[in-house]
Design a protein around this ligand. Sequence first.
Ligand code: DX5
Ligand code: ZN
Length: 215
Amino acid sequence: MIKISPSVLAGDLSCLADEVGRLAAAGADMMHLDVMDGIFVTNLSFGMPVIECLRKHTDAVLDVHLMIDRPERYVERFLAAGADILTFHYEACEDSAATLDLIRSKGRRAAISIKPKTAAEEIFPLLDRCDMVLVMTVEPGYGGQSMIPEMLDKVRAIRKEADRRGLKLDIQVDGGINAENAPSAVEAGANVLVAGSAVFKAENMREAIDKLRGK
Ligand code: DX5
Ligand code: ZN
């Protein structure tokens, strides 16, 4: 089943809980929350306090994407704030295996992400510890960029390796995903699609989510 995780950063952050309510009503499966620290990526967004407040207003699955340097320093605080799925970047982390294990030990879903220049094979040794892998389809940091089609080869390679090892792994793609390119991402093996602009710039949110799902 294809799951849609709209990137809330593209919405009106002054009324985050309403935006999340609107997304849930429109059929979103989870809420993608982009955390940026101005170091790992040049942009800044929001952190634990915002997620903690939002948690009190929604039962939706909170899919937290950490684009921060040395995420292991903050993992426990993001889990305490209410993240259901916690994704961090392989490139930013000093001990990815221990960080994935820590997330799982708290009963949450653990995910690792790779930037466009990182080869899929680099994270193969970590796949058994992951519930999800996020393959970035743009350079992380900003919404509204165009998807880099070559990234789907990495999705294909990870799906193939997971199948070969009998792992039940979610593969998420994030960056420039829209109704036109979503089928190619799904064909490559992705089953969780993040979309910011494609959902928030659409006139009808439900229609946009349905279209991403291929309906
Ligand atoms: C980019 C973020 C994305 C982004 C998605 O660094 O991780 O989640 O906001 O937005 P679109 O779909 O507009 O590329
Ligand atoms: Zn993201």
